[in-house]
Design a protein around this ligand. Sequence first.
Ligand code: AGP
Length: 612
Amino acid sequence: MCGIVGYVGSDQAAPILLDGLARLEYRGYDSAGIAVVSENKELQVKKSKGRLQVLSDIINGGKSVEGVLGIGHTRWATHGEPNDVNAHPHLSQDGKIAVVHNGIIENYVELRDFLKAKGYVFQSETDTEVVTQLLSFYYAEDSDIFNAVFKVLRRIEGAYALGIICADCPDRFLAARKDAPLLVGFGEGENFIASDVTAIIKHTREVAYMEDGEVAVISAEGVSFYNIMEQPIEKEHSTIDWDVSAAEKGGYAHFMLKEIMEQPEAIRKTAFSRIRDNKVFFEDLSIGAEYIKSISKIYIVACGSSYHVGMVGKYNLERMLRKPVEVCLASEFRYCDPLVDDKSLVIVISQSGETLDTMAALREAKNLGAHILSIVNVVGSSIARESDDVIYTWAGPEIAVATTKAYSTQLVLLNMLGMYFGDILGTLSKEEYDAIMGELLLLPTKMEKMLEDIEDIKHFASDYFNHSSVFFIGRNLDYAMGLEGSLKLKEISYIHSEAYASGELKHGTISLIEKGTLVIALGTYAPLFDKAMSNVVEVQARGADVLALTTESNVSEMRKTVENVMTVPESHTIFQPSLGVVPLQLFAYYVALLRGCDIDKPRNLAKSVTVE
Ligand code: AGP
């Protein structure tokens, strides 16, 4: 996934583009670049491998690039390694057209061959340069960049969010979107494009989300929109209701730590706005009791941490609803001929709402007749727009690549959906429902209490940050929670780890346990605490170093066997993983900190993976 920003107005464009890219760097940070056209039609492209600061230093913070119209890009490489040549923007051979692109052009090889046969010489290995040269090819026919854009869009296949400037049109630039997010921001005498709101929120809160196949022509005076048939269309404007500070570190060393600390408030915002008279309610859900009773099976489809939310949700929803719940990796779902039909409810979970694997799985499920209910954090995102129902997590912008508050709010919403359905299906007794509701209302406060004292976790991180392999073991909900704890550790500290169902360890993998192997034993799921204890003994017998996690009521029992124990407050089993995941997030954070890793922007990763 890459970050795109564009500006036209009366201020110098380059500093505005750099500032916008700085807020998009979490989307990709292999290289960065800008293209600016001046009033006298001089088109300058400045780009470089590495972080945005490298580019900013080259152009003196933007001061050395003149012009009030420009586009910018921060890259997560797909085609072509991260280097200066492959960085965007890409310039046409005649030096007149510059393009920035997020997505993948599936047929770029054949188009590149076509253009080479016409005499075009390519500088980079990227699919994006093909778009630039193809625009140049069509522009040469009638010097009309508008016509050239539509001709190109009819020929390219794949996903694109494009920013396009032409030196001959110093007063306007173009944007196009298909299967990759792009929005337009409306200012006073200035207008913007961006991959997401964080890039331009300091300038404007008024935006329009572009749909697939749409083209925008952006000038300082206004913005015109067109559909793929080149017909003018009107776009609805949306107003962003969170402020710029939400997308800033707020004094924390990293966005990830800030977002871990924001979890109680994010849960309050997400959950409490959907509780009335001690009952969960979801307004404007299109499905009613009749449909809910008719559901034969629930599928939860997602990737990464969102998939891990589903793994916890499976245990909880099956207990609450007594209906089968299958959790599927989105990237697998679309190729396994899923047995989905019109009696299937498919719950799609995605923080960004742009994950291509998840989007593709959504479309597959929709084609098979399923009802699509998505849980998404980014308002107006592609997945939200293509779902039959969407329930937003009000977590606010999540900047750190490693998700925390989005995971937690997704998990609470999924559990609340279980409560809502269980109440309708009559599979949750009033006593059980009220007991769960009671703990839901206490969840943020219990989490806040935990976050007040994290010294022991920092201490454990200092004990273990040099390990090269870690096992998270647990049963039932602890196992599902362990999947997320393991991913957090891997993706920001680069330590190999895996989460294992404790009962399964003895069927092979226990051969890897030797003296000094770090095993994080998860024992917060009360009904199986004794089993968890026996697994602790099992790995200790093979020399493992055990760091345990359990509830306050079981600490003394755990300490009989384990010296290092992290504790969480007691809650209903439904919400125990919501509490237990927090120490695991913090453990990963402090281990990564001690290992000197780039916590908010881990290597090879991006905030949303909009490629297959
Ligand atoms: C989470 O820490 C990871 N960054 C990653 O696994 C992420 O959860 C996954 O890519 C899914 O993203 P989404 O929720 O935006 O669809």
